[in-house]
Design a protein around this ligand. Structure first.
Ligand code: 26V
Length: 818
């Protein structure tokens, strides 16, 4: 087999050195004396890619041999982070590589620094997809990730005069050594035009779609490794014109028209939409979704038929996981392919379709629930709109037969009739899937009792929960090598494939010698982060300070401004000479705001304004520092989590579906201050209430507050602390002395305060007092930090993937031969 033929690829220091030099010379045309940093990075990446591809080929052969049932993970976003270090870790050749390079007078860390990461996602949802790829590979799940090869990923964030500004992410500029282009794996995707119904000679009803345009999708494969053996691929589609030029046209005008057409086609995969909430009616976004879904389903059908199987058993061989509703047009597309392209009857096609898909919901925010207007959908995907109508009419008929009333039926319809008619994509995904899951216990419960309540009553067995998890190999073993080796020294290294073995650390939690080593690791990590903060944000921070960190997308519901209000409160206390009990703290923020989200951008401006004020005030800046670290991405994240003492997870209860940063922090020994939201609930359950700084209202209390008519102005009037802090916002003391700068924030908080910051403010401040007190007790802090880490076993994405396998996919891991 190919796998065996390639097995001479070695893993020794000498093999790696030889192959690296070979790549440098024959692939890049360079000798060591005349290389750029990028040449060195590329040569090493290619050396490692050979080994990664080998793992992928071998795994694929074994999956095929077993004729195993597999999973296709459909996601409009993937955020893999830098590949090189992770692949070295998974191949277990980190040290060999380091030494091979050292013999050439080269520094592995410097080379690792060169990688530009693929920012093909916005935040939690895309990163989760990539954590799952690593765990599926590790567990030997026959799986493929399908997505979009955006030419420009999430924008690069710069801070100019305190404001966010966006620059294009040119991640492909220096080339991408990890991907393999597959020009022969390509499919045509139709758009627009009209449909025409007819009857064949045999009397069979059929529909033909006469599209206005056709675009070609080409596959680009990136190997994703699991720990120690397996490799799977992430297959991303790039849009191209069907024929690039029509040379038969001699007319110049037509020549340019032909080129223009090519450029228009390529637009579809140009750029990732940088929003992670509402985005209404963007035609190009719908085209992106349909484009990648159609290519992926055609590819799956092609593979299925190639293996000599019948289409009737498609759902027995594949499960397709829909990562949110972004790929949910797949329900209509699979129906179209089966009915129109493969001549199947409706009932058979529906049986296959509704047993193929499973849908993961990632948000309850009403503004983030996708809807596509009938007019847009009908214009871009006329055939799919017909199919959605048909699916809907059959579904509503079923509801009528069950005796549901008109109101219930209207609520459940795939079509929203309020205002402009639109297709509710979450309903399409729910009706078209055999399983629906939320991403934490609380979120899944709210999904069942609120957002999709009618559906959960109709099909209770369809609904389930899979609590998110994180790739602990990337977010601990790779990014926090000091802590990883300290732990391994104590309990061995089986945690790399079984995070629950961290429980064995519990017995050392109270051991002073171990605590001291623990503290030393954290301090070293903090010193390294300090370098980054100085370099990227220009702020000098004392590593002895309490590192209080909130890193995530900027959103009002995540309440970064709650933390800011508290910082202002501390500042004013110190100015009053009443700050003795305040622990010296560095308040660190990072995260991107959607470019069109005014309030989120104003929150960034507020953070930078407070940072300027405090960091430059000699009376305060030995006690407090505030830093906004620009351009938060996976690479930065890997340097931030290991250095955090305190993790801020302070969203309004009921709004954060899960959170995954919360897990990464705790895994690296940070204590959490948080609300009972998303996976915080389960983290607290695992680590113990006594080791978690809980504050704020519960989801039920939030809803009760709202029901009773929440009047934030009363808090402003009655609580002098809150008044003082809010007045400070509009006093002119912040941001170039313009008192109107933060007026919109002030007004919003006093008049609406949709996320009930003021209601939770007192409880948050009180919890911070406890944090400061505990910080003064080093050994008790360390004990709790150790216990947090010891009890994080549940939050490995390996556990999440096992849950998906058992409860949703019905897929068995394939035990891989070496
Ligand atoms: C939504 C939209 C809406 C329209 C346009 C583009 C776009 C792009 C992304 C999204 C994603 C919203 C959902 C999301 O990211 N949810 C997050 O998922 C994480 C993984 O499950 C979870 O930890 C976070 O709590 C949740 O906010």
């Amino acid at each position: 087999s190919i796998g065996e033929n390639a097995s001479e690829i070695g893993r020794s220091k000498a093999d790696i050195k030889k192959d690296f030099l070979h790549k440098l010379f024959y692939h890049l045309g360079r000798v060591p004396a005349l290389t750029t940093d990028n040449d060195l990075y590329t040569a090493l990446a290619l050396t490692v890619r050979d080994r990664a591809l080998r793992q992928f080929v071998r795994s694929t052969e074994q999956f095929a041999e077993k004729d195993a049932r597999g999973v296709a993970y459909f996601s409009a976003e993937f955020l893999p982070g830098p590949h090189l270090g992770n692949n070295l870790l998974n191949l277990e050749i980190m040290e060999e590589t380091r030494q091979a390079l050292a013999e050439l007078d080269l520094d592995l860390d410097h080379i690792l620094e060169q990688e530009v990461e693929p920012g093909l996602g916005n935040g939690g949802l895309g990163r989760l997809a990539s954590c799952y790829m690593n765990s599926m590979a590790t567990l030997g799940i026959p799986a493929i990730g399908y997505g979009i090869r955006y030419e420009f990923g999430i924008f690069k964030q710069e801070i100019r005069e305190g404001w966010q500004s966006e620059a294009t992410d040119k991640w492909l500029h220096y080339g991408n050594p990890w991907e393999v282009m597959r020009p022969e794996i390509s499919y045509e995707v139709k758009f627009g035009g009209r449909t025409e119904a007819g009857t064949s000679k045999e009397g069979k009803y059929f529909v033909e779609w006469h599209p206005e345009s056709v675009i070609k999708g080409t596959a680009y494969d990136t190997p994703i490794l699991g720990y120690q053996s397996n490799g799977i691929i992430m297959r991303l589609w790039k849009a191209e014109a069907v024929e690039s030029f029509d040379f038969s046209i001699y007319n110049m005008g037509d020549y340019y028209r032909a080129v223009e057409k090519k450029l228009r086609s390529e637009n579809i995969t140009k750029v990732l939409y940088p929003n992670d909430e509402n985005l209404s009616g963007k035609e190009l976004r719908l085209k992106q979704q349909y484009f990648f879904v159609s290519c992926s389903l055609q590819d799956m059908i092609h593979l299925h038929l190639l293996q000599g199987r019948r289409l009737n058993e498609f759902h027995e061989k594949f499960s397709v996981q829909l990562n949110d509703t972004h790929p949910s047009i797949a329900v209509a597309e699979l129906m179209r392919l089966l009915l129109d392209e493969h001549d199947m009857e409706w009932d058979d096609a529906w049986h296959i379709t509704s047993h193929t898909f499973a849908y993961t919901n990632h948000t309850l925010l009403p503004e983030a629930l996708e809807k596509w207007s009938i007019s847009l959908l009908g214009r871009i995907l006329p055939r799919h709109l017909e199919l959605i109508y048909e699916i809907n009419s059959r579904f509503l008929e079923e509801l009528r037969e069950k005796g549901l009333n008109g109101e219930q039926i209207a609520r459940m319809s795939l079509i929203d009739d309020h205002g402009e008619q639109a297709v509710r994509m979450a309903h399409l995904a729910t009706v078209g899937s055999y399983k629906v899951n939320g991403v934490s216990a609380l979120h899944s419960r709210l999904l069942k009792t609120q957002v999709l309540n009618d559906f959960a009553k109709l099909w209770p067995e369809k609904f389930t929960n899979v609590t998110n998890g994180v790739a602990h190999r990337r977010f601990l073993a790779l990014s926090n090598p000091r802590l990883a080796s300290l732990i391994t020294e104590k309990i061995g290294d089986q945690w790399l494939t079984d995070l629950t073995s961290f429980r064995e650390l519990e017995k050392y939690a109270g051991d002073p010698a171990f605590q001291q080593q623990w503290r030393k690791v954290k301090l070293e990590n903090k010193k390294e982060l300090c370098k980054l903060l100085a370099e990227r944000a220009g702020v000098e921070v004392d590593p002895a300070m309490l590192f209080d960190v909130q890193v995530k997308r900027i959103h009002e519901y995540k309440r970064q401004h709650l933390k800011v209000l508290h910082i202002i409160d501390l500042y004013l206390r110190i100015k009053d000479g009443k700050g003795e009990d305040i622990a010296a703290s560095a308040f660190i923020f990072a995260g991107k705001a959607a470019p069109g989200y005014f309030m989120a951008k104003l929150i960034i401006r507020l953070i930078t304004a407070v940072a300027d004020l405090i960091n430059n005030d000699e009376e305060v800046n030995r006690k407090l520092k505030v830093v906004f670290l620009p351009n938060f991405n996976v690479k930065q994240a890997q340097r931030v989590y290991p250095a955090a003492d305190l993790s801020e997870q302070i969203s309004m209860a009921g709004k954060e579906a899960s959170g995954t940063g919360n897990m990464k922090f705790a895994l690296n020994g940070a204590l959490t201050i948080g609300t009972l939201d998303g996976a915080n609930v389960e983290i607290m359950e695992e680590v113990g209430e006594e080791n978690f700084f809980l504050f704020g209202q519960t989801t039920e209390e939030v809803q009760e507050t709202k029901r009773k008519g929440y009047r934030p102005y009363e808090f402003y009037e009655e609580n002098s602390n809150i008044r003082r802090v809010l007045d400070f916002l509009v006093s002119g003391a912040l941001g170039e002395g313009d008192p109107e700068l933060f007026r919109p924030l002030f007004n919003n908080l006093v008049q609406q305060d949709q996320y009930q910051l003021l209601k939770d403010f007192r409880s948050y401040c009180e919890k911070k007092e406890e944090v400061f007190k505990l910080w003064a007790n080093e050994s008790e802090w360390d004990r709790r930090s150790i216990l947090n880490v010891a009890r994080m076993g549940k939050f490995s994405s390996d556990r999440s993937i096992r849950d998906y396998c058992e409860n949703i996919w019905n897929v068995e891991p394939v035990r891989l031969r070496d």
